[in-house]
Design a protein around this ligand. Sequence first.
Ligand code: ARG
Length: 559
Amino acid sequence: MNYKRYIAEKLTIEGISSEEIYSLLSIPPNTEMGDYALPCFKFAKVFRKSPAAIAEGLVNTYNCDDVIRGVSAVNGYLNFTLNKAALAESILKSIESESEYYGSSCEGEGKTVCIDYSSVNVAKPFHIGHLSTTVIGGALYKIYKFLGYNVVGINHLGDYGTQFGKLICAYKHWGDKEKVKSGGIHAINELYVRFNEEADAEMESEAREYFRLIENGDKEANDLFEWFKSLTLEYVKKIYEKLNIKFDSYAGERFYTDKMQPVIDELREKKLLKESNGAQIVDLEPYGMAPCLILRSDGASLYATRDLAAAVYRKNTYDFYKCLYVVAYQQNLHFKQFFKVLELMGKDWAKDLVHVAYGMVSLEDGAMSTRKGKVVWLEDVISRCVEKAYAIIDEKNPALENKEKIAETVGLGAVIFGALYNNKIKDITFSYDKVLSFEGETSVYVQYTCARANSVLAKSGEKETIPENYAPNAEEYEVIKMLTAFPDTVKEAASKYEPSCVARYAVDLAQKYNKFYIECKILSEEGATKQFRLALTRATGTVLKTALSLLGIGVPEKM
Ligand code: ARG
């Protein structure tokens, strides 16, 4: 049974829908304040009364029953005290029967969400700067799916531009087929870096010519380009597999080559295009923004032109309810600009485009630079984290079986969780020691709590039965309260585009469980107490596992 729903439906406030009441109900941090609380501040305007007076008035109209045992008004809040035994039993039963689907919903039925994320650049390093977009996008993908949405994951590849002319030119001068074959993305990136360092005017002009050849469909130039692209994809897909990341489309910028003209025509028809120093722009000065460049003076399209075409294409193809772009905040202006252009074109769906911006990730041991080749590749961050995880596990528990496999799960989890735990807009400094700590706010801590739950259940040996009418003590009830909050947490993560809600939740639940574990005996208890505590342990393990899986993180059975 959904207690929040029950409270919301039983409470009648004139002019306020039960849906609104439902959305306002929250779980107070301090249980003495009640199990659920309704803040009355929002109603003050409507009723022209103070929140305190409104809460007082509502108390008198509310009839308690066996589910809601008490109602009180405190400082403008209406506090509900529930029948905790019934609540505990109900939540444990829900988790037992729904298992890994507990917290899922069908709110997204019939709606499609497109998520543009990771969006790597062909022949360029897949570096630590791509970590956040990849794991935040990947988590949103899973979270929306869990809520019943149809999700389309799109890798908007950076596979368009003059740099590919440069790359081909570099390959022609210095390249070696075998070396590129075996070296893959690293070898082609080296060629590109070398071009930037050494190319003279003559090579620059050759590079422009190669770019023109790609554009004009020249076979050799295109074959080379496709080869470089396939080497890049082959490489990044291996990393995606490790991080549990999936894409439904790899339609990159080049895919829109023939889809830009209709958009340009439409802009012209709608009198939105203006000439400025030979270039074609959309003037955004009335909106306080620099102009959006559509065509350069030589007629070449730009990043924004391709994004306009991509948005139109996605709307036509997927008829999305929302289209998210998980891209660093450095590109704030770009997104504001092209969203505005679509709005000016009269696309009413422009309001459904969302730039999910996130902050910078830097490594503890120094900054990174892209052009020079002094880049921290994500691959290296991952292997270093897995190696360190192995060393820690080996030290803690040398006799553990499958240490390699476990270290992989722990190390990868730490990389993902490290990038997800903070509010996404914050700049973060990635520290190996911090993300791998067994005690901190880490995936390792959560995974370890799962393993602890598994071990308790394994030692018990038999399947418990959830007791009826068991009144939980304070520690037990804190865990129950957290378990109750999971479905709303997932919804909040989706509506705020903030996987960190789920990450924080997991740490919070693990902390509450560990407090219970330290304060309360389980296996040496008997009867209803033992049964309840085993059930609580099982439910915690189930929900922690689900929470981590929504972030793309696995859980080792033992650790
Ligand atoms: N490849 C781009 C970059 O590395 C990100 C693309 C983001 N997606 C988009 N539709 N613009 O900066």
